[in-house]
Write a protein that binds this ligand. Structure first.
Ligand SMILES: [Fe+2]
Length: 331
């Protein structure tokens, strides 16, 4: 990073939640630290997903560009969203365009929420409205297996992962028989916020992952997420239960409470499966697509009552195989 004497009049502000962290930037970008502008990235570099998540934990919401670059930057932002949707359409089919457009919109809202230092009722309310519209739409027009697969190509940041888990969890919830708007909204909101407590682990703890404070923070992230979210009104108790229980395991060996069996909320189990599935895809991102999917399906298939109630598994496996399994030859 280089530091020069810049003044506010030289710069325009860009809201970080609108920027794709992996895309090469169209111009130099700056951070404002203690009132000074510090060059952060050159033209052609990308922000990187790791930095993006760090900014979330530090509550850094904006980046800055030189005034002469602002028009180009804004055009680039507008194009990025379209390109993202086009890529998903190429993968998941034109018939799912509406679903992909809504997902990209929702992701932006999720980024906004994640970048806030302090949540307030208004911002959570806006996200909730977005989720209501989204669920309303997919109740009429269910998420297809193909759309889910196209979406899971991208899971680089905490917010991207959360949106994937949300879509996948709603798909799975429908598969096990849930169809009520309210229930599906709760699944979606619970999944969006499941790792909120983790995203908000303070930067000084994140930077030193080998110490006890970090393992304690990880152990506590389900509780911590709920603690922060309780400060805002209007989030249903069912959503809180999903968040606080998403690491509980059917055999009682999960955390933070070590609940077992039917004491674990069913919707938390659904979100937990979607979470483990998306995490397995991410952990194997350097393997060919088919191998990643096979591995993620096996994690669910071989669970055997460890993490999840075995009664869900057959239907969940059918749905995952439909979305991610090898395509069956036409007979
Ligand atoms: Fe988690």
């Amino acid at each position: 990073m280089s530091e020069e004497n810049y003044v506010d009049d030289d710069f325009s502000l860009i809201i970080l939640s609108k920027v794709d962290p992996e895309k090469p930037l169209p111009a130099e970008v700056f951070l404002k630290v203690d009132g000074k502008y510090i060059k952060f990235r050159n033209k052609g570099d990308s922000i990187s997903s790791e930095k993006f998540d760090l900014f979330v934990s530090k509550g850094i919401k904006n980046i800055y560009v030189h005034n002469e670059d602002i028009m180009e930057f804004l055009e680039w932002l507008a194009d990025s969203n379209d390109e993202e949707v086009d890529q998903m359409v190429a993968e998941g089919g034109e018939e799912n365009r509406g679903f992909f457009e809504r997902t990209v919109e929702t992701k932006e809202k999720v980024y906004e929420v994640y970048f806030e230092d302090e949540l307030n009722d208004e911002i959570v309310g806006k996200l909730q409205e977005n989720v209501e519209d989204f669920i309303d739409e997919i109740s009429k027009n269910p998420i297809t297996a193909q759309a889910i697969q196209a979406l899971s190509q991208r899971n680089n940041t905490v917010a991207e992962h959360s949106v994937n888990v949300a879509n996948l969890a709603v798909y799975l919830a429908m598969v096990v028989g849930h169809s009520h708007q309210f229930v599906l909204e709760n699944v979606y909101m619970g999944a969006i916020f499941h790792d909120y407590g983790k995203a908000k682990i303070p930067a000084h703890i994140l930077e030193n992952v080998n110490n006890n404070m970090y393992s304690h923070a990880i152990q506590e992230h389900p509780n911590e997420g709920v603690k922060i979210l309780r400060k805002t009104k209007g989030i249903p108790e069912q959503v809180m239960q999903i968040i606080v229980q998403h690491h509980e395991q059917f055999n009682g060996h999960g955390f933070p409470r070590g609940l077992a069996g039917d004491d674990i909320y069913e919707l938390a189990q659904i979100v937990s499966m979607a979470n483990v599935f998306d995490n397995t895809l991410y952990e194997n991102k350097n393997f060919p697509k088919a191998d990643r999917y096979k591995k993620a399906i096996k994690v669910i298939e071989y669970d055997n009552g460890k993490c999840w109630n075995p009664k869900y598994i057959p239907r969940i496996l059918d749905a995952l195989t439909l979305a991610f399994g090898e395509k069956k030859m036409a007979s």
